[in-house]
Design a protein around this ligand. Structure first.
Ligand code: SF4
Ligand code: SF4
Length: 204
């Protein structure tokens, strides 16, 4: 990623004229998370907590223990005018998974039971994922698990224009950048950013 003041969404050549994508609701991307995480940011947590009618700090604490875990995250930042930037590494929140197939707690009978309140990462897949739209290699790797991405590579599915893709990808970038700045302000102490987390969650 680059300096936000000149941040430009990079699209792989293949996606410069748009992306085709129609989810087939197979639920495969909601399980088997050994290869990755579903990251959640403050807005995602607020929306989910509201949807699940979580009340007060103790409610949030229980919600976090059951559904969330602390995961590693990173962000490349270069100060405006600086010659070089650096990649910062810090903690973030992701979904805790369950069962032998490591599925999301909210996947029941192969359906997302929090569809209208699902996190940005779930809503934005794949057009808002910078790491997919800027790399055909990553896109192909993810397609091994996702039939809709396989179709997409053959230009099958609903059409999303370049403008739509850039809008979603920008939203992802801004969300990650905002979280980076909040963490930086709190000396990268996630317990200060999310006071409802218990210290035990850092040791898991
Ligand atoms: S793996 Fe692909 S097709 Fe299946 S639910 Fe996820 S996005 Fe949809
Ligand atoms: S919130 Fe819904 S879409 Fe997202 S991983 Fe869980 S079940 Fe899948």
């Amino acid at each position: 990623m680059t300096d936000s003041s000149s941040h430009k969404i990079e699209l792989a050549k293949k996606f410069e004229n748009g992306v085709y994508f129609s989810c087939e609701m197979c639920g495969s991307c909601c399980r088997g998370f050994k290869e990755g995480e579903v990251y959640l940011y403050q807005d995602d947590i607020d929306t989910l907590a509201k949807h699940l009618k979580v009340k007060g700090t103790s409610g949030l604490r229980d919600f976090a223990k059951k559904y969330l875990k602390v995961v590693n995250d990173s962000f490349f930042w270069k100060k405006p005018g600086a010659e070089r930037g650096k990649t910062y590494r810090f903690k973030s929140l992701g979904f805790r998974f369950t069962g032998d197939d490591e599925h999301c707690h909210f996947l029941i009978d192969n359906k997302c039971t929090v569809h209208e309140a699902r996190p940005f990462q779930c809503r934005a897949f794949p057009i808002g994922w910078n790491m997919l739209i800027n790399s055909v290699k990553n896109f192909k790797n993810y397609s091994k698990k996702c039939p809709a991405l396989q179709n997409s590579l053959e230009n099958k599915g609903k059409y999303y224009s370049k403008e739509e893709i850039v809008k979603w990808a920008n939203e992802e970038y801004e969300m990650e950048k905002n979280y980076f700045f909040i963490m930086k302000k709190h000396n990268f102490n996630i317990l200060k950013v999310y006071p409802f987390l218990s210290k035990d969650m850092l040791r898991e």
